[in-house]
Design a protein around this ligand. Structure first.
Ligand code: ADE
Ligand code: ZN
Length: 335
């Protein structure tokens, strides 16, 4: 194994941008389709994998929402989350902050409780049995209206102890952050933190809106921020983290090739950039694969990889003490 791959394997990592529904591997999709007697339009696992060719975000989302239809019972959400945590263990991801999309499930008649309880119980077991700390983030689907988001936030009320923040995902272009200003204000009143996908396919203006109107602590993706110098200055000055997802960006044609990715430029400009997997079952790899492909294409140094990892711990929603502990583990590996 090359020296850089060896280093990445050993590096303690935090993941801050992972949709739990996007970690549904074809094998589990098949198993759940049989267990729950839900038909899927594929006969084999290979057929499912072969369908994962995307032109843009929407072409992926259509398949991603269809795949989620096999998730019916609390145990299914538990199994999904547990399998993801096992991948974390393999990749030395010691802290993870997971998105889930309640509306993807409630809109097809699955109760909010079923989804959140299955995910929450697996996260609890992950901490006890695998030593992986975690937080959960409730995402609103931005292609739906703000009233639907309000209804979801109401359903979430009895579970406020189980998640730390609200986020915003799904089809970006045409659905600016301003559409969700009121529901995010309500979430903040309830004591929740906020994050939002912005500047993945959408313009830099959406990142400004996420900061000014939704008061986000982090920007998910944010790779288009480099098109706006004033925005970069602000993100650097306010140390707003970007949760970048390199393999996702290639699969969804945000960049034509990993060699064209702007991840190194983000670091060079002093932005708090982090590496994440987004929807690893669909985009060809979990955390280590994202680190490896980015490092090899852009010639990232060990120092830059360690910085990416420390950026993620510092950008996470854990205590100051735990951040310091995790960052010192990174420093030990760098030495
Ligand atoms: N939902 C799952 N993955 C997403 C992505 N990359 N962008 C927006 N919404 C998503
Ligand atoms: Zn995402």
């Amino acid at each position: 194994m090359s020296e850089i791959r060896e280093f990445i394997k050993k590096l303690p990592k935090a993941e801050l941008h992972l949709h739990i529904e996007g970690s549904l591997e074809p094998e589990l999709m098949f198993k759940l389709s049989e267990r729950n007697k839900v038909e899927i339009p594929f006969k084999t696992v290979e057929e499912i994998r072969a369908a994962y060719e995307f032109d843009n975000l929407q072409s992926f989302l259509d398949i991603y929402y269809a795949g989620a239809a096999v998730l019916i019972k609390e145990q299914d959400f538990y199994d999904l989350t547990w399998e993801y945590l096992e991948r974390c263990k393999e990749d030395n991801v010691i802290h993870t902050e997971i998105f889930f999309d309640p509306q993807t499930h409630t809109d097809r008649g699955i109760s909010f409780n079923t989804a959140i309880n299955g995910i929450h119980n697996a996260l609890k077991d992950g901490e006890e049995k695998l030593g992986i700390t975690s937080k959960l983030i409730l995402c609103f689907l931005r292609h739906l209206d703000e009233d639907a988001a309000f209804k979801t936030l109401e359903e979430a009320q009895p579970h406020l102890d189980k998640f730390v923040a609200v986020g915003l995902d799904s089809s970006e272009v045409g659905h600016p952050p301003s559409k969700f200003e009121k529901v995010f204000a309500k979430a903040r009143e309830m004591g929740l933190l906020t994050v939002a996908h912005a500047g993945e396919e959408g313009p830099p203006e959406y990142i400004w809106e996420a900061l000014d109107l939704l008061k986000v602590s982090r920007i998910d993706h944010g790779v288009r921020s480099l098109e706006d110098e004033k925005l970069v200055d602000r993100l650097v000055k306010e140390k707003i983290p970007l949760t970048v997802c390199p393999l996702s960006n290639i699969k969804l044609c945000v960049f034509a090739d990993m060699k064209d990715h702007n991840y190194k430029s983000l670091l060079d400009k002093g932005l708090v950039a982090t590496i994440n997997s987004d929807d690893p079952a669909y985009f060809g790899g979990y955390m280590n694969q994202n680190f490896i492909e980015t490092a090899e294409a852009l010639n990232l140094s060990k120092e830059e990889l360690a910085l990416s990892s420390k950026n993620a711990f510092n950008a996470s929603f854990i205590s100051k003490e735990l951040k310091e502990k995790y960052c010192s583990l990174v420093d030990q590996v760098l030495k």
